[in-house]
Design a protein around this ligand. Sequence first.
Ligand SMILES: [Zn+2]
Length: 825
Amino acid sequence: MKIKSLLLITILFVGSTFSQQVKSPSEFLGYEIGSRFTRHHKVVDYFKHVSNTVSNVKLEKYGETNEHRPLYLSYISSQENINNLDNIRKSNLSQTGILEGESDNKTAIVWLSYNVHGNEGSSTEAAMLTIYELITNKKDLLENTIVIIDPCMNPDGRDRYVNWYNQVKSAPFNTKQDAKEHHEPWPGGRPNHYLFDLNRDWAWATQVESQQRIKMYNKWMPHIHVDFHEQGINSPYYFAPGAEPFHEIISDWQRNFQTQIGKNHAKYFDKEGWLYFTKESFDLLYPSYGDTYPTYMGAIGMTYEQAGHSRAGLGVKTDEGEVLTLKDRAIHHMTTGLSTVEISSKNAIKLNSEFKKFFDNKNLEYKSFVLKNDNEDKTNRLKKLLETHEIKYEYATRGTIKGYNFNTKKESKLNTSEGDLVIHTNQPKGKMVKVLFEPKTKLVDSLTYDITAWSLPYAHGFEALASKNKVNSVKNASIENVINSIDKNAYAYISKWNSIEDATFLGALLQNKITPRFSSKPFSLEGKSYKKGTLIVLRNDNRAINFDEKIVKIANLYKRKIQSVATGFVDAGLDFGSYSVKPINKQNVALLSGKGTSSLSFGEIWHFFETELKYPITILNSDYFSKTNFNKYDVIIIPEGYYSNILKKSTLDKLLTFVNSGGTLIAIGTALNSFADKKGFALKKKEVKKDSTKYNLTPYADQERKSIENFSPGAIFKSKVDVTHPLAFGYTDEYFSLKRSSNNYNYLNKGFNIAYFNNEAKSVSGFAGYKTLKQIPNSLLFGEEKKGKGSIIYMVDNPLFRSFWNNGKLFLANAVFLLNSDTIK
Ligand SMILES: [Zn+2]
């Protein structure tokens, strides 16, 4: 053994003295870049080869995807800078105030991110070309610049696309747009494993890829961030400067330098005669993109878009008759990448001094945001999100403050207590605080690419106030540790119900064969009062030997405070033996997926059950959905989607039978189209009044702007909630909903209107076209139609949107667990 290992050491030693020559991507892979799609593991191999061969490149693994593919960052700079990497990083952070101390950092930090959308495949190929150019022909640029390359932000999505493409492509590749290789099947390689669009997830960090990347991003805080994408095959190339609307906090420097960068790229594109455009389509507003997030963190954040994505394959004929090849696509992306490094290197000192200025946050309008801590679980969720972005928070002291009240939309007073959350804007991430918290985003143009409202107090369901004066606060609050103990004399254990964490706990109880009940009325017992929905776990329902040990163990694990009581005789409300204290069944949940369903909406629900509730579900596919025996399930969820080919009359009839026999059918967002105005269903579409002008006299050039009259890109509306209905247990009588579609429905005349927009409903934050605004009053948000032993739940707005609309999630959990749960099928 000893001899063997000695030998191995010798071989390793000899190996390292003969420094290898670094290979180009083509030499390493054995084929020319652009002639094939490179699978992710081969890309990783190439980046490893470079960092193992060249001493001025460092490779760091920063995480792993859901499907266990590794995530890497490559640092490329001069030898001196690479030796000094951590000091430069710290010196940069000192400029922002994140780290203490003075600094005069002179090194530019440029971060290039590739392939966030997995089927926009040229960019990862370009990443390999770019690193090779940087370490060979462009070494000079590295003297004062650190380039950070993330060769593939979404490896699961990329390999989904590449594996499919490799299986179906013709040899040689077929350039006809009709060819199968240009028609990627559902769900496509764009999203990650849970089918989330990672380029909508930067600020909310709901996905593992984002969480791990943002940690690295905040460690570095680069001066430039480029997100490489691909767009339709007929739009040649887009680069900075971006389009209006720009968020108001974007500085003149950030605007100007975008133009300088754009002009530098244009120089190279002009020389080759390549087509490009700027200042159109891609705005800078919604904070969760790979361009806006870095921008609000002080960088010049940009999106570059090459013609291509999965429509292009290795080569496709565009509408203009030209053949667009993967090779050209990769070279264009390499060109803008290198041009970005070049212009940054030329401006390294200015980039640093302007970056430093961005972090002066003394003059922001609101000095503090204060959030009432009425729900510890919600508060913890928000704290976790703030920690992800390294945003500092403190706690209120007892007192009264004045400011803009998010709920009433008026100046008013708020009584604060210890434990209420205070977030000041005068901190390094102050501008991001403003963007994420301010009640209304200033819009200079309403033609935008995405939702126009996302304010966190609404999304998380907090009573909140924005103050123009700095509010008093303390750094720490006392945190109670949850430790429950066994009570062998307990008649029952009681646990609250007002958060997703409570629903996760319920899911764990059910999976551990514990049957809880819930009270449909408030009650008081042994000096304590309990709200509707409170979980009651009776000894009588759970006669297993280790019942006490089991429930205490689970409660401690999920940090739930459970109260043991000696009697079921309540002081007020319903006794525990009442018919209205209903058992909760271990619901068998089926979720529709596949062609027709919105992959995003399906992914949100899948992700919610798997990663938040941690409750198993059965995923059904749309191609055999109609043949499924629905009676095996208690709940069927239909995500957003377009189902004219799937939910035909015979399938709708089958679903009605399922409901009549005790099932719960939950339909979300655009799925409601398939039930509205159909025989057997009470849902009715709201009639849209016809425009009285018979002829369209809008000038041709204004048509796009006119079209937004009917449009709601995503605005927040206040709804009324019937808190006596189990779907709303854990909620208060007002709920802020993110409305994204102009489909509106009448109140149900048969059934329960649980959440709805009354005749005063208007937009609280964000843009909605004036015609859309007129349709929202007196329309349904969430309703239940009772049928036989079961019911249909209509959710007009998606309660899980991008998984960041946290306050909607409990509605879905209630629909699954608290409705028709006691029905014996
Ligand atoms: Zn993209």
